[in-house]
Design a protein around this ligand. Structure first.
Ligand code: SF4
Length: 323
């Protein structure tokens, strides 16, 4: 892998609750190469969006990053001042939220919102702002006449595309996307994903993409991380994880979503619920739901072990050495 643009090390996030601290992200580490597309999948509540917000330094109380580092271009984002972070966002790192309807200002036209973002982060004059705004809107296949449109006048797919146009304004090296397609129908989802993929190839930015729906990223991401109860349990090349999932939770996820190619098969869910994040069990966090669980699994937490570029945390895959 070329020098990573992003290096996340032992990232930990806690939520303060009346019952105690809930560890939503429990020591996640990974690298992201320039131009790479890494997708993170897992059930709702597994910590994937919280992790993205921690990386972007956008967490607010009751969530707090309590450990680890986030090196972007060699600089630790967790140690930057709010002003330095503000400068880095948009210019180096952009974030596309789950719901454009919530992220866009309903009282301002798309053009006015693009112009506001430019004025906040550049010293461009009005002519340059107008030209760049039209350019990014064209990049996401929205007619420039919609610079005058308000968010409610656009379809859901167009609003998400407008958010992506905004994210592209200052040519960032990394775009963080939090379930950007979840409010769209399947056709609009597919079209948006193709657009992101074409833009990534053309412009070379890296993508960190969170989704609960594996089918959304199956054809677009380079690598896939499977997250469970705040931990990565598997991380590898997307095709490898899809074709030969190794962690029992990944296998369960694959069996729970329909494939658009191949023979029709019965879908099965994963029985049981994720563990308490306030008082997690000592051993493997998936043990209460795993049909392969042994006493050893219930006693010892498996580590994420990488073999030939494919990482898995499971005693079944990486047997423990006994002394
Ligand atoms: Fe299942 Fe044991 Fe692997 Fe955990 S470590 S996923 S309980 S086999």
């Amino acid at each position: 892998m070329s020098t990573p643009i992003l290096q996340v090390r032992d990232l930990k996030v806690e939520y303060t609750t009346s019952a105690g601290a809930a560890q939503a992200v429990a020591g996640v580490s990974f690298d992201l190469a320039p131009g790479e597309f890494l997708a993170i999948v897992g059930e709702s509540g597994c910590g994937k969006s919280t992790m993205l917000f921690s990386i972007a330094q956008l967490l607010t109380y009751p969530a707090e990053t309590v450990g680890g580092s986030v090196l972007f271009d060699g600089e630790d984002l967790t140690t930057l001042s709010p002003e330095d972070l503000r400068q880095r966002r948009w210019r180096d790192i952009s974030v596309v939220m789950q719901s454009a309807m919530n992220a866009l200002n309903p009282t301002l036209s798309i053009g006015a919102q693009l112009a506001d973002a430019c004025r906040a982060h550049t010293d461009w004059d009005d002519k340059k702002i107008a030209a760049r705004s039209a350019e990014v809107l064209s990049m996401v296949s929205i007619d420039v006449t919609h610079l005058k449109s308000f968010p409610f006048q656009l379809s859901g797919g167009m609003r998400q595309r407008a958010m992506i146009a905004m994210a592209l304004l200052l040519e960032p090296k990394l775009i963080i996307m939090d379930e950007p397609t979840s409010a769209l129908d399947v056709v609009a989802q597919r079209s948006l994903m193709r657009q992101v993929e074409n833009l990534r190839r053309e412009l070379g930015f890296a993508v960190l993409f969170v989704t609960h729906d594996m089918s959304v990223v199956s054809h677009f991401s380079d690598r896939l991380a499977v997250m469970y109860a705040g931990e990565f349990v598997e991380l590898g090349a997307t095709r490898e994880v899809f074709d030969r999932p190794r962690h029992p939770y990944s296998v369960g996820l694959m069996d729970a979503f329909p494939s658009i190619v191949g023979e029709a098969r019965e879908l099965t869910g994963i029985a049981g619920n994720p563990p308490s994040l306030i008082d997690p069990p000592a051993g493997c966090l998936f043990a209460p739901r795993c049909q392969h669980a042994t006493d050893e699994c219930r006693e010892f937490r498996p580590e994420l072990v990488t073999t030939d570029g494919h990482a898995v945390s499971c005693h079944l895959v990486n047997p423990r050495r006994r002394s």
